[in-house]
Each structure stands twice: as C-alpha cells, then as structure tokens.
Write a protein that binds this ligand. Structure first.
Ligand code: ADP
Length: 390
C-alpha cells in the first residue's frame, strides 16, 4: 500500500516537473522566435550547434546556400530588415530587396571573405549597417554558400556625425574672435615704438600664440571637412614638378633660415589627375616637416609605372623610431611632444596628408629609423590620362 502510494506521489511530481519545464521551454522559444516558423533552423546551423548563440546575438546572421537561397536568418537579422516572417528559402533580393546585401553574396562567390562593408538601409529611418562575410566552400573548393554578419552601426555613425559637426562649429566660432584679437595686437605692436620694451615683447608673444591658434583651428576645420567627406575633389591635370616648385617657393625663407637645401627630382612632365589645392596641402605639410624636423636636405621625387604613381618626400634628419612610424598619421600624435611644441606644429599635418591621399584613392606611409632620415611615400593608382609621361 505504502509502495503504491509512493509511486503515485512520484508520478504526480514527475508530471508537475515536466509541465513546469515544458512551459518554461515554450516561453523561451517564443521569446527567441518572434517570427513565424523561426524554429526551423538550417541544418548547417544546427550541425554547428550554434542555434542558441545565433538566436540571442544582437548581430544579424544570414546563411545562404549554394543556390543563393536563404538557409538561415536569426531573429536579429529579421528585426534589422523589418521582416515579420522567416525568410528561409527565399533569395536575398526576394527577402530584403537590398542590392548591397546581394552584392556581398556576389563577391563571396569569388572571394573567401568580405570585411567592413557599410551601407544604409533605405526607408528605415536611415539605419546604417556594417557587414562582414565569409564564403562556405566544400572539400573540392565548390561554393556551398555564405555566412554574413550584420552590425547595426547607426548609433556610432550618429555620434561620429555629432562629433564632426561639433568640431566644425566650434572651430568656425573661434575664428572670428581670434582674428579680432590678432587685428588689435598688430595695431598695438605698430603703436609701440620701442622694440626692446616689455610691452612690445609681450604683444609679440600674444601675436605668436594667436597665430598658432589660428593654424590649429584651420587644420581642425580642414580635417573635419576631410573626415566628413564634405570635400568634393576638383580633379585636374596636376604637374607635380611645378607643384613642388611652387611649394619650395613658399617655404624658401624657412628652409634658408635653417640652411636646408630643397631638391626637386620629380620628372618635369609628370602629370597626374588630382585636386591641385589638396595636393599642395599634402605635399606642403610633408616638405615643411622635412624642413622642421630634418637635417640638411629635403628631396621630392616621383616614380610611375603601369599601375601606380608614387611621390616620395625624403629628408636626412634624425628620423622616426620604428614604433612611431605606425602611429605617426594619427591626429595629435607626436614623436617628441616637447620638440614639436617648441617648433610650433599643430600635430594634425600628417593626418591631413593621410586623408587627402585617401580621397585620391591612395595610401600614405613612412619608412624611417633613428639616425637615417625619413621617407614619406604617397602612392596612388595610375589613372590613365594623356601626356602622363615620366
Ligand atoms: P606637427 O604639426 O607636430 O609637425 P605632424 O602631423 O605634421 O604634426 O607630424 C606629427 C609628428 O611626426 C611630429 O610632431 C614629429 O614628431 C613627427 N615627424 C613628422 N615628420 C617628420 C620628419 N620628417 N622627421 C622626423 N619626425 C617627423
């Protein structure tokens, strides 16, 4: 009798526990799958045992098969693209109609990975996505599909826009009072006849520092414009030899003061498609640095082949430590803070060089080691134009 009673109690407990767990499981399932039919995960994802991880990830995951049809899409993906139903079985274009996503899958047919592709979602309150993808290949190298991961970077983009706007506005607002200060200081300097007086010395100092601040603000404004993409290049035929000559002309006084010889070894007829003003700015920064931090000579040379154009600015100064070469194009990065402050740089020159080069689809890099001078290379794709001869 006791045994029968105990068995009955155990059975009731078992039913209760089962009912409890079943309820909890269903609750979990509905929480993770707001979308109809979402429990049908692809075999691949199941095989990988990744279902739970994918379901709970904030990043959107999309797996396509060899027929370019969707095999699996996690809830985050569906939410990102505003889908109310599981898109499995459809093509990307049928499911989300975003041609950039379709292009990523196109790319993965030939490439093994795609990284950091950014695009904006139309009609969905300007959301920005960044995507990384990897191709799935069979043992024989045959295409079995692709896995794409989508990150919502709208917030980062917004913050970046706010930062750029803030910097541009502040710099702009600072310009006016600064030019007024400079105007009054110049008037006071002119009125002070005794060049040896303290008043004259102090006024000169105010003038120097307001100049420094003006250069800094100009550089910050240029950089924020370059970063925001708010600068449209005015591409023209630019003769790099002549451009270098005009920069040498404007920096002649500075070079003479330091006893530095300026050498133009660019081929005289070398012409490239570029924005003359921006190229002047980039090369001017490099040549000026060569004079400021260099030794006895600054030389500009060029090299051109079928694929690329390289402009090189070389000096024979103390050079740059290898560990700094990586970071030198960052904003406000200085090798020797005290020396740069004394020389009067803004710390933004090389950052401007990098952005101007990138706007021309090029890259900027430096080769240097302590005691062996520095060599800055600007490399651009060789866009064919007439009369582009070395
Ligand atoms: P800055 O206005 O301080 O010159 P840049 O961005 O132009 O700022 O340069 C960043 C730093 O890189 C400089 O402060 C300096 O330490 C270093 N640097 C730049 N060019 C040279 C060079 N030709 N030789 C040695 N150091 C250099």
């Amino acid at each position: 009798m006791t045994a029968w009673f105990l068995s009955l109690i155990s059975l009731i407990c078992l039913i209760a526990v089962h009912a409890y767990w079943r309820k909890k499981y269903i609750l979990l399932l509905t929480k993770n799958t707001e979308f109809k039919g979402h429990e049908k995960h692809s075999r691949l994802v199941k095989d990988l045992g990744m279902t739970d991880i994918f379901d709970n990830m904030p990043e959107g995951i999309l797996v396509t098969n060899s027929k370019r049809k969707i095999d699996f899409a996690n809830p985050a993906f569906c939410k990102m693209f505003g889908l109310s139903e599981n898109p499995s079985g459809k093509t990307v274009m049928e499911a989300i109609r975003i041609h950039q996503a379709n292009e990523l899958i196109d790319q993965l047919e030939t490439k093994s990975t795609v990284t950091n592709e950014e695009f904006m979602l139309p009609n969905l309150d300007q959301r920005f996505l960044q995507s990384n993808g990897v191709a799935i290949r069979g043992k024989n190298g045959k295409n079995r599909g692709a896995i794409l991961v989508f990150h919502d970077i709208t917030r980062i983009k917004m913050l970046e826009n706010h930062r750029q706007e803030f910097v541009a506005n502040v710099s702009h607002e600072l310009r006016t009072p600064l030019s007024i200060i400079k105007g009054y200081v110049e008037t006071l300097i002119d009125a002070e006849t005794n060049a040896e007086s303290n008043t004259h010395k102090f006024l000169k100092k105010i003038e120097n520092h307001s100049d420094r601040l003006t250069f800094l603000i100009e550089d910050i404004l240029t950089l924020s414009q370059l970063e925001s993409g708010g600068i449209a290049l005015e591409q023209n035929h630019v003769n790099i030899y002549e451009l270098t000559e005009s920069i040498f002309d404007s920096l002649k006084g500075m070079a003479e003061k330091k006893g530095i010889h300026l050498k133009n070894q660019v081929a005289r007829e070398f012409v490239m498609m570029a924005d003359n003003r921006r190229m002047f700015q980039a090369l001017n920064n490099l040549i000026e640095n060569g004079i400021k931090y260099g030794g006895k000579c600054v030389c500009v040379s060029s090299e051109i082949n079928e694929e690329k154009i390289v402009i090189c600015v070389q000096d024979d100064g103390p050079g740059i430590p290898v560990e700094s070469c990586e970071r030198i194009f960052e904003r406000f990065y200085r090798v020797d803070k005290a020396r740069s402050r004394e020389i009067g740089g803004t710390g933004l020159g090389l950052s401007i060089v990098k952005h101007v080069t990138q706007l021309h689809n090029g890259t900027a890099r430096v080769e240097s080691s302590p005691g062996n001078g520095a060599c800055f290379y600007l490399t651009f794709p060789n866009v064919k134009i007439e009369n582009n001869r070395v």
